[in-house]
Design a protein around this ligand. Structure first.
Ligand SMILES: [Zn+2]
Length: 657
């Protein structure tokens, strides 16, 4: 049977060419930044040692989860009219892949996943910084290193920050046993596991769905499809794993000697990730900025969604890194993109990165103080010319537009202060009214087609999408909205905007992709997060309609970890209190933590686990069964660009509240 995803990614003959307005917009960019400056291409290739045999990485079962040959169309130097030329240039730079020597004893594997793996050679083994997204790409990256360097063991593993492309492949590099038996230490910034839990467990499902739009994971690579993801080509699919850190970096600046290598850690919490740190290696003068100084404008809030980041703090930690390490730095590396060599150039790069983040923050705040609304700030804000013409500051990932809105949200919330926007009708109801006021769907689409011919794609997308929400079966509305999304995607300099628009176009034309069902969350991820997080995840799945007024208390004893807690259902709300047991609980459950994870993922049921003898209940066993029956299951492929089916009632609820 073919993978439904492969079927979905087949060539799409409904994709259209660039319209005249798109050709003009893309051509107008040709003179802006210095396209003849080749220094990025030189630095992206510097230190090349060798690369993967064919650029295709497969799982044990043969599924290709990384496929560089699919991007051969990027061999052409000039952008086709369907791709923004600035993005095309970045997409070509991100094609550099292989093992690279940064300085003697420090290597990077780039282009075998969205992030880089950095490898430092120690006295007895190697130190790996960031094991990529998936176990198979991580293993391939390490094997590429071993193909050119002595096969010495991994003695330490460092997570630079709490995002999945920097930890998910860990079990491709080391094993639980390596850590348990003390062969490998695992180092992370303080708050690492909490940050992983916060971003990837409780809202893991919608974030994964929105990430499809951000990274273009369901788009076919090509001049009319996915060309890049800004930070790299794409996010590798495959098995995500996690091993909890054995050592946290907790001081603002901490110096460690790891396998004979001195590394100075600089914590940078609340920046690109809630838990993140920079690293400086005095030998060689290597400054590793993790993901806080990459070769583009990063996100204050990515399109996948996140808690809004603090660009003021971000700029502060960039400045602090220069103060602490600038004078000793010979080369600056990151966990994405390519290095910058030479002290003067490092200063220039980091100062401009600092001012990029600070400028967008400060100017957004200035305009907020003048009473401007988010969309007004996003529309008006531009970088000063001395920053705007710098390639490493362009918006391939974040944009000034959505970053300015994130600043507004951070300080003043989603609400723009205008009561007209305080309690608007929800999308379907609002769309029905608006379309009726416009004189019906046909009249609205007739106007929109005229605007399409004039190249006013933003407005056409807005109006046509209203018609889609008013009349989901209206094929003309879907087609026009898709056409407008497509032209917007072709014009976007940001890879994430391009991916979002083109993903939206594809779903309007073909519906939501039906993929092979998968667990709601990675079992590996749940195995590594704090036990309290597992119970938080149970709590956010509770469907009040199925509680039926019941209240009860359950004791949980996890026999392998020794953890105890009481979980209480009251007022249609689940609360857990760790490290205590209720004497008057309705039931007491003892089981292993792994069985609890299986219950959460519905890989077993309370009855099955009891029968198998891996779960024991004292008291009212039916309540434990009932608890899991009250929980929702989340499916990934929900509607985004069209209304949810039955979108006027909450899912799974027996009655409206
Ligand atoms: Zn990353």
């Amino acid at each position: 049977m073919t993978d439904p995803r492969t079927h979905w990614l087949a060539a799409d003959p409904t994709q259209k060419d660039a319209e005249p307005a798109t050709r003009r917009a893309n051509a107008a960019l040709a003179g802006l930044p210095p396209f003849d400056d080749q220094s990025d291409f030189t630095e992206a290739r510097r230190g090349f040692v060798g690369t993967h045999v064919d650029g295709v990485i497969r799982t044990a079962s043969g599924t290709a989860i990384w496929n560089l040959p699919a991007y051969r169309f990027l061999d052409a130097e000039d952008a086709p009219p369907t791709v923004n030329p600035s993005l095309w240039r970045m997409a070509r730079l991100n094609m550099n892949h292989g093992l690279f020597e940064v300085v003697p004893g420090v290597y990077q594997v780039r282009g075998l996943d969205i992030a880089n793996m950095t490898i430092i050679e120690g006295a007895s083994g190697i130190i790996v910084i960031d094991p990529l997204t998936a176990t198979d790409t991580a293993r391939a990256a390490l094997e590429l290193y071993y193909a050119h360097r002595p096969r010495r063991p991994v003695v330490a593993l460092i997570y630079s920050h709490s995002h999945v492309d920097h930890y998910g492949g860990v079990k491709g590099v080391i094993s639980d046993a390596d850590v348990r038996e003390g062969r490998v230490q695992v180092i992370a910034p303080a708050g690492f596991l909490d940050a992983v839990a916060g971003e990837n467990v409780l809202v893991g499902n919608p974030m994964a769905r929105r990430a499809q739009f951000q990274f273009g994971g369901l788009l076919r690579p090509g001049p009319r499809g996915q060309v890049d993801a800004g930070l790299g080509k794409a996010v590798a699919r495959g098995t995500v794993s996690l091993i909890a850190p054995t050592q946290d970096i907790t001081e603002p600046v901490e110096t460690h000697r790891i396998d004979g290598v001195e590394i100075i850690f600089q914590l940078a919490p609340g920046t690109e990730a809630p838990a993140e740190m920079h690293m400086f290696m005095p030998a060689g003068g290597v400054l590793n900025m993790a993901e806080n100084a990459t070769r583009h404008l990063h996100n204050f809030c990515p399109l996948r969604g996140a808690v809004v980041r603090d660009p003021r703090l971000w700029a502060h930690y960039l400045a602090e890194a220069l103060d602490l390490f600038g004078e000793q730095s010979e080369v600056l590396i990151g966990q994405h993109h390519w290095p910058t060599w030479g002290r003067a150039r490092i200063y220039d790069f980091l100062e401009k990165q600092r001012d990029l983040y600070k400028y967008v923050h400060d100017q957004s705040v200035r305009l907020m103080n003048h009473g401007w609304k988010p969309a007004e700030i996003a529309e008006a804000l531009e970088l000063p010319p001395e920053l705007a013409r710098e390639w490493p500051l362009r918006g391939y990932y974040g944009t000034i537009s959505h970053n300015a809105k994130a600043v507004y949200q951070r300080y003043l919330s989603w609400y723009d202060g205008n009561p007209a926007n305080l309690n608007p009708l929800p999308p379907v109801d609002a769309a029905k009214k608006a379309v009726a006021y416009m004189g019906g769907a046909e009249a609205a689409l007739a106007h929109a087609r005229e605007d399409f011919a004039r190249g006013e794609y933003r407005w056409v997308a807005q109006v046509a999408n209203q018609v889609v929400f008013a009349e989901p079966e209206n094929q003309a509305a879907r087609a026009l909205c898709a056409d407008a999304f497509e032209q917007l995607g072709y014009q976007a300099e940001s890879a994430t905007w391009r991916n979002a628009y083109l993903s939206g176009a594809r779903e309007l034309r073909r519906g939501v992709a039906q993929l092979t069902p998968r667990p709601m969350l990675s079992p590996e991820l749940l195995a590594a997060v704090a036990t309290a997080t597992l119970f938080d995840f149970i709590a956010v799945r509770l469907d009040p309609a199925r509680v039926e007024g019941r209240s009860f208390a359950l004791n949980w004893v996890l026999t392998d970890t020794g953890e105890r807690l009481v979980q209480e259902l009251k007022h249609s709300t689940l609360t857990q209190r760790m490290d205590r047991i209720a004497m008057d609980a309705d039931a007491s459950v003892s089981t292993k933590r792994s069985v609890l994870v299986d219950l959460i993922l519905r890989r077993t049921s309370v009855t099955q686990a009891s029968v198998a003898g891996v779960l024991r209940i004292k008291g009212d066993a039916a309540l434990v069964e009932a608890l899991f029956e009250m929980l929702d299951d989340f499916s990934l492929q929900f509607e985004v660009v069209a209304p949810r089916p039955n979108s006027s009632s909450p899912p799974n609820s027996a009655k409206q509240l």
